[in-house]
Write a protein that binds this ligand. Sequence first.
Ligand SMILES: CC(C)(COP(=O)(O)OP(=O)(O)OC[C@H]1O[C@@H](n2cnc3c(N)ncnc32)[C@H](O)[C@@H]1OP(=O)(O)O)[C@@H](O)C(=O)NCCC(=O)NCCS
Length: 97
Amino acid sequence: MLVGGTRALLLGPVAVHPTRQGEGLGALLMTASIEKARALGWHRVMLVGDEPYYSRFGFAKLEGVEMPPPTNPERVLGIELQEGAWLGVAGEVTRCL
Ligand SMILES: CC(C)(COP(=O)(O)OP(=O)(O)OC[C@H]1O[C@@H](n2cnc3c(N)ncnc32)[C@H](O)[C@@H]1OP(=O)(O)O)[C@@H](O)C(=O)NCCC(=O)NCCS
């Protein structure tokens, strides 16, 4: 995706079948995805989700990153794979064509 013109990887949606939740599969998917993104050279990753869950992997609320409505801005989260990668990155999220 592009965030105000800057490339960012959009992760997810992440979901685990209700009968297998709480077994660590979500954490496995998250850590593997983050490592893959890092290996591929991505500097920043974003997702839409619950901060109380995703903060354990290093995600925090992104300020000024605008997903199309009805996305709740409180659920727009990001992680830096390179220090400072989200600094000054804001604006509308659009497809990277
Ligand atoms: C969120 C989800 C992907 C996590 O996958 P999982 O395999 O159950 O996660 P894990 O086993 O790695 O971790 C379980 C822990 O996460 C916690 N957790 C799960 N969903 C949570 C949420 N929305 N907010 C806060 N904590 C959450 C559980 O309480 C559990 O806590 P514990 O480790 O203290 O017991 C999965 O529960 C799911 O698909 N939920 C339905 C869809 C959803 O709500 N997605 C998230 C928003 S996009």
